[in-house]
Design a protein around this ligand. Structure first.
Ligand code: GLN
Length: 199
């Protein structure tokens, strides 16, 4: 089974570990460069993106993470994790940096001002059956995507799921719902990447 890490500096790490295991991955927390080197793919959890960015520097994992993402390691970011995968943040806090990897501009807390937290049914391209239950918690949206990025879902006219190659991002939190289809989609990306590398 593919080994999928969850960046475990801050945020809802445990929920992702459970969802990944349910999607048939070997799931592990990742904090240090040595741990990052051992995974086939990585989830960037929800939480607080400025805190995660600062801790990633502190733990010495920011640069190795950027390098692996540049190399094509599969990554999936939810909410704060989506912000971490954006090439550009519209309204960064001071000291806030991203890993990058998806040619998109995100707006932090975009849904949060009207509505701290809500749920909505979201149709995600590539996921069959019922819509996904989207849990939005002070969620970002994607203002715009570049040519390389594919929009997978919108809510209320705003982009909430994007894929670029092996990088996947959602504004919402599938790890909180017990529906593991988005994690299964990601684990499929990791499996396909491993198969391509062993050719
Ligand atoms: N608003 C948070 C941030 O800017 C994200 C919230 C979340 O991950 N649920 O990082």
């Amino acid at each position: 089974a593919p080994v999928v890490g969850v960046l475990a500096l801050q945020g809802d790490v445990r929920e992702h570990l459970i969802a990944l295991a349910a999607a048939d991955a070997v799931a592990r927390p990742v904090r240090r460069p040595e741990e990052l080197a051992e995974v086939d793919g990585l989830v960037l959890p929800g939480g607080e993106s400025t805190t995660i960015s600062k801790l990633a520097h502190l733990f010495g994992v920011m640069e190795p993470l950027r390098a692996r993402v540049r190399d094509g390691m599969p990554v999936y970011g939810t909410c704060a994790g989506m912000i971490m995968l954006a090439d550009k943040i519209l309204d960064p806090r001071s000291g806030q940096e991203t890993v990058g990897g998806i040619d998109m501009i995100v707006r932090r807390n975009a849904f949060g001002r009207q509505n701290e937290s809500f749920e909505a049914a979201v149709d995600v391209a590539g996921i069959g059956g019922d819509p996904v239950e989207g849990v939005f918690i002070r969620a970002p949206w994607v203002e715009s995507v570049g040519a390389g990025a594919e929009v997978l879902a919108e809510h209320d006219g705003h982009i909430v799921a994007v894929r670029q190659g092996n990088a996947l991002a959602t504004s919402f939190h599938p790890e909180l719902t017990g529906d593991h289809r988005v994690h299964a989609l990601f684990v499929d990306i990791v499996r396909a990447d491993r198969a391509a590398e062993s050719l």
